[in-house]
Design a protein around this ligand. Structure first.
Ligand SMILES: [Zn+2]
Length: 236
C-alpha cells in the first residue's frame, strides 16, 4: 500500500520514495505526493528523479486501490530511491478550482435548495451540473456574486477522518450521499469548509477560501429537465 501524503497535506510538493513496482501501466512507490485522478479531480503530473536518471509523470491514476504514476519514458528499476516532485503550479490551480466547486455547490444548495448532479474540472476551469428547473445568464451573474462573497469570507478548509458509523449519521454527509461510498472505506475522509460546506471527499483543497481568488461564471446552459450546467473560471 502506498502512503498517500496528498490526503493529509495538500501542500506537500515532493518526497523521497522507493520504487516498489513498475510495469507498462505505471510506477508504484512506497509513498507519494502525487494525487491519483478521482472525484472529478485530474491526476497529478510531475517528475521522478534518481541518482542517474529521471522520468516525467504524465498522469496519476488509481487501479484496484493502487496509485500508479504513469511514466513518459523508461521507468526506474524496483528498489530505486527517487525524489517524487509534482507540477506544483498545476496542482495548486486544481486545489483552488476544487475548493471553488465545493463553495459553488454549497451556495446553490443554501440559496436554491438544488443538489449537484455532476461536474468536472481542469486547472482554473470547471463545470458543475445542478438539479435546477431553470437557468439564465442573470441567474449566473447572481450566483457569481454570492459565490465570491462566500469565498471572501475566508473560511478555513479542514480535512478530517471520521469513523464510517459517525459519517453515516452526520446530516451534512447524508445529504451528499456518504452512504454510496464503498463499505470497506473506514474511516471516511471529510472536507469541511468553515460553516458553509461539509462533504466526504478525496480531493486536494486550499487551506482557506481566500486563496481561491475571484471566480467568474462563464456559462449557463440547460442539459435537460432538472439538470442545468454552470461553467466557472478562475484567474491563473
Ligand atoms: Zn470534491
Amino acid at each position: 500500500m502506498t502512503e498517500d501524503l496528498s490526503a493529509i497535506d495538500a501542500y506537500a510538493r515532493e518526497t523521497d520514495a522507493t520504487v516498489v513496482g513498475a510495469d507498462d501501466e505505471g510506477i508504484v512507490l512506497d509513498r507519494t505526493v502525487f494525487y491519483a485522478r478521482g472525484g472529478g479531480q485530474p491526476g497529478d503530473t510531475g517528475v521522478l528523479m534518481w541518482e542517474d536518471g529521471s522520468v516525467a509523470i504524465a498522469d496519476t491514476v488509481k487501479r484496484a486501490g493502487i496509485v500508479l504514476h504513469v511514466p513518459r519514458g523508461e521507468p526506474p528499476a524496483v528498489g530505486t530511491v527517487v525524489r517524487a516532485v509534482i507540477d506544483w503550479d498545476r496542482r495548486y490551480q486544481l486545489m483552488r478550482t476544487h475548493t471553488a466547486l465545493h463553495v459553488l455547490s454549497a451556495v446553490i444548495w443554501r440559496d436554491f435548495g438544488a443538489k449537484v448532479t455532476g461536474g468536472s474540472m481542469e486547472p482554473c476551469r470547471a463545470r458543475m451540473d445542478f438539479e435546477l428547473e431553470g437557468i439564465s445568464v442573470e441567474f449566473g451573474k447572481g450566483v457569481e456574486e454570492r459565490l465570491n462573497a462566500a469565498l471572501a469570507e475566508a473560511h478555513p478548509v479542514d480535512v478530517s477522518f471520521l469513523p464510517r458509523s459517525e459519517a453515516l449519521a452526520d446530516p451534512d454527509l447524508i445529504r451528499t450521499k456518504v452512504s454510496l461510498i464503498p463499505e470497506h472505506v473506514d474511516p471516511i475522509r471529510v472536507v469541511t469548509i468553515g460553516t458553509i460546506d461539509r462533504q466526504a471527499d478525496g480531493g486536494t483543497h486550499v487551506a482557506n477560501t481566500s486563496e481561491v481568488g475571484r471566480v467568474r461564471v462563464t456559462g449557463t446552459e440547460s442539459k435537460g429537465k432538472d439538470n442545468k450546467r454552470m461553467r466557472i473560471e478562475l484567474d491563473p
